[in-house]
Design a protein around this ligand. Structure first.
Ligand SMILES: Nc1ncnc2c1ncn2[C@@H]1O[C@H](COP(=O)(O)OP(=O)(O)OP(=O)(O)O)[C@@H](O)[C@H]1O
Ligand SMILES: [Mg+2]
Length: 344
């Protein structure tokens, strides 16, 4: 079966590991061609397991998936040829240079020598490693290694690229650089990108759509803006000019009584209100202050953050879910770049 407009189709996919751990529990979704699609979830949510099933490295327990028009179980070789995979752990060989790693990778895909030399130059340029191409990878920084991994995964020109936590443990500057490469790939190659992350800023700024995953299940799936809107309108923060404590208590009551205000909290000189329509709420909130002779100093309007969205769907705060201090492993014993490795 071929899906013309979708690049990835997942139908009720599950993975139960030996011992009964249900890592992925009946997920279904589709990713359009040229879309940047993100899996956002905490440690152990099932992100890597999903990616490993979709890249044929792990056999699903049940369900089906189509990647780049090829059914996972029926045409695993075709699936492998059409995708690139950048695993969570760093995967290039430390003892080889960047260029040698690329050469090794080209052998897996039988890329002719002349063609390889051309692509190598382009890719090294793309990830900004031309100058360091002949240095051993052990002399690279974490960000440079990740960029080399990206170059390796792109060598055979995949239609779909899977990135498992591409910026884990990298500083914000390097992270933004990698976001740039990802955006560039979508623009120049119309590549479909599937990435997992537990960084909200990453999902928010990079992804067209996000699936929030927890305990192997998709809790919500939409564009970042729609997810935030669904949570309920906007947040108005109003600051007042030296109000008395008595005035603030009265103000709180007045604001809470407004039907347009869903929730309000006040401190000594400020209130934060979740409102369903800021255009109407702000004048009404001004009215409350005026009636109590309180002068307004400033008004700020914000959207709920993805953190709020995440909390409402999982009952957990993503920032507290750990994982930032996680160690980046060295080269994988069975290099996951190798297109024919299969784990069970
Ligand atoms: N080979 C395995 N055998 C048994 N259980 C496993 C195996 N691999 C993963 N799991 C379990 O499956 C669940 C999902 O793990 P997975 O690695 O997919 O999570 P993740 O979302 O990628 O988390 P992280 O953010 O830590 O990378 C976890 O409970 C994990 O312990
Ligand atoms: Mg993982």
């Amino acid at each position: 079966m071929t899906f013309v407009n979708s690049s990835i189709e997942v139908d009720n996919l599950s993975k139960v590991f030996q011992g009964g751990i249900r890592a992925v529990d009946g997920i279904s979704f589709s990713v359009a061609r040229g879309e940047i699609f993100g899996f956002l979830g905490p440690n152990g949510a099932g992100k890597s397991t999903t990616i490993m099933m979709l890249t044929t490295l792990l056999r699903p327990t049940s369900g089906r998936a189509v990647v780049a028009g090829h059914e996972l179980r029926q045409e695993p070789d075709a699936v492998r040829r059409s995708l690139g995979y950048i695993p969570q752990e760093l995967s290039s060989d430390d003892y080889l240079s960047g260029a040698e790693n690329l050469y090794l990778q080209s052998g897996f895909y039988h890329i002719p020598k002349k063609e390889f030399r051309r692509r190598k130059e382009d890719l090294l340029e793309l990830v900004g490693l031309t100058e360091r191409a002949n240095d051993r990878v052990e002399t690279y920084s974490g960000g440079m290694r990740k960029r080399l991994d990206i170059a390796c995964a792109l060598l055979h020109r995949p239609q779909v690229l899977f990135l498992d936590e591409p910026t884990l443990g990298l500083d914000i500057q390097t992270r933004q650089q990698i976001w740039q490469y990802v955006r560039r790939l979508r623009e120049s190659e119309q590549m479909t990108l599937f990435l997992s992350t537990h960084y909200m800023e990453e999902a928010d700024s990079l992804c067209d759509r996000i699936a929030i995953i927890d305990n192997g299940r998709i809790k919500a799936l939409d564009t970042p803006d729609a997810l935030k809107k669904e949570l309920g309108g906007e947040v108005v923060t109003m600051q007042y000019d030296r109000p008395g404590p008595e005035q603030m208590m009265q103000l709180r009551e007045c604001l809470a009584a407004l039907p347009i205000v869903r929730q309000v909290s006040v401190n000594e000189d400020k209130c934060v209100a979740a409102v369903s329509n800021s255009g109407n709420a702000v004048p009404e909130m001004f009215g409350c202050a005026r009636n109590l002779n309180i002068a307004v100093r400033s008004v700020a309007l914000t959207m709920p953050s993805l953190d709020d969205v995440y909390l409402s769907h999982t009952g957990k705060n993503l920032r507290d879910s750990g994982g930032n201090g996680k160690k980046q492993a060295g080269p994988h014993p069975h290099s996951p770049h190798h297109p024919h490795t299969m784990r069970r």
